[in-house]
Structures are given as C-alpha cells and as structure tokens.
Design a protein around this ligand. Structure first.
Ligand SMILES: [Zn+2]
Length: 240
C-alpha cells in the first residue's frame, strides 16, 4: 500500500514537473530585435580582395539583403548598426538604439580575421570562460558577491545562446550550401564580449581568396547565406 502511495506521489510530482516544463516553454520570451551589424564601413575598408572587392561593401550588401528578407518573414524589429558606407563609432555599434530587450546581435564579416585558415565560413560565439577570468584579473575593487554572480550568469547565458544560434546557422548553411567548410568556434576577443547581449559573429568567407571573392560578388550566393541565417533565427525563436 505504501509502495502504491509512493508511486502515485511520484507520478503526481512528475505530472506537475511536466506541466511546469510545458508552461515554461509556452511562455518563452520571443526575440524582439535582431541587430545586424555590417562590420567596418567608411574609412575602415576591412579586408580587400585581389580583384578589389571590399569587405565593408560585402558586409553592407549582405546585411541590407538580410534586412529585406527578414522584414518580410520575421515578426521582429531588424535593427542595423549602419545602413550606408560610413564610420560607426564602436559605442553605437555595441548599443544601437532600439526598443525592448530580448535581442540577438549578428555581426557580419568576410575575414580572414578570426581564422587565417578559413576558405569556408566561420561562425563564432562568446568564450565566457576567458572573459570571466579577464574580468576577475582586472578587477581591483572587490565586487559584491551578488554582482559577480549576476555577471557570471549573464556571461553563461550569452555564451549558451550564442552557441545555440551558431549551431543552428551551421546546420542551415550545410543544408543550403553543402560542400563548404564550416567551423564553429568560441572567441575571447571580439565585439561579442562588449555588447551585453547574446550574439554571433559570422565570417561568410575569406575575401582574400580569389575563388571566394567571386562568390561574395554573386547575389545568388549572398541570398543563400541570408536565407540560412533567417531559417536559423526562426528555429531559435521557436525553440527558445
Ligand atoms: Zn572584418
């Protein structure tokens, strides 16, 4: 009798747990803003291809095309850190004006900046461990324990969300452009450690490789890259 009671109690507990889990997943906070960052701009050309293609022009073209596709398909604000060929102060790039929280930051580069070997695509997210160590080393004054804990939680959250989005982008890129080398790695030093929100940085190809430069000049290729990122955001938003 006692055993049955325990079993019923466990089942009741399990039921409540399942209910809680489904409630949590149905109440998940959808993404409100996608911040798309066309890296470089103005005097900062970024990397230059052998045929003269400039990284700053490719990143802008990709971002504008992404914004067009995303505005039609996503119920989110698409915020760009620049919409033309001009310098953007780092502060403005990191904290673009927008409404509400729940944002995801996507920085577009053509590299090779983060991987010298790259002939394919690189997707990067925050390395929270290294950032955490640096913050602790450089912190002269002792933070309050509660503050430290909150900061650690935030860093872990950004890293986890970045990793999840990076994996979804990788999966969608493999579907749309098979036979391309794709790497997913963490970064210690990049804009991702300063933005105070989850994000990824994508090198959509090494512009200094003439074969890749040709692709980066091809609207069809750019369209495929943008669609893979768009599909990844949809999946991320559904599952979050
Ligand atoms: Zn770059």
């Amino acid at each position: 009798m006692k055993k049955i009671f325990c079993l019923l109690l466990s089942l009741a507990f399990l039921n409540v747990s399942l209910l809680d889990a489904s409630e949590i997943s149905s109440n998940h906070e959808n993404l409100r803003n996608i911040i798309i960052d066309p890296a470089h701009g103005g005097a900062d050309k970024g990397r230059v291809g052998k045929m003269g293609l400039l990284e700053k022009d490719v990143t802008l073209q990709v971002s504008l095309h992404f914004k067009k596709l995303a505005s039609e398909e996503l119920k989110m604000n698409i915020v760009m850190t620049r919409e033309g060929d001009y310098d953007v102060p780092l502060e403005k790039r990191m904290f673009p004006s927008m409404e509400g929280d729940s944002s995801f930051f996507i920085s577009i580069h053509t590299g090779p900046e983060y991987s010298e070997m790259l002939n394919g695509l690189g997707i990067y997210y925050l390395n929270s461990e290294t950032i955490r160590e640096e913050l602790t080393e450089n912190n002269e004054s002792e933070d309050l324990e509660a503050e430290k804990l909150l900061r650690d939680m935030a860093l872990s959250e950004y890293a986890n969300k970045g990793e999840r989005m990076a994996e979804l982008i990788e999966r969608n890129l493999i579907k749309i452009i098979p036979n391309h080398e794709i790497i997913v790695e963490t970064l210690s030093e990049s804009i991702l450690s300063d933005i105070n929100k989850p994000g990824v940085l994508i090198e959509i190809g090494n512009i200094t490789d003439p074969e890749v430069e040709k692709k980066l000049n091809d609207r069809g290729y750019i369209d495929k890259i943008c669609k893979a990122i768009l599909n990844a955001i949809k999946e991320y938003d559904e599952k979050e």
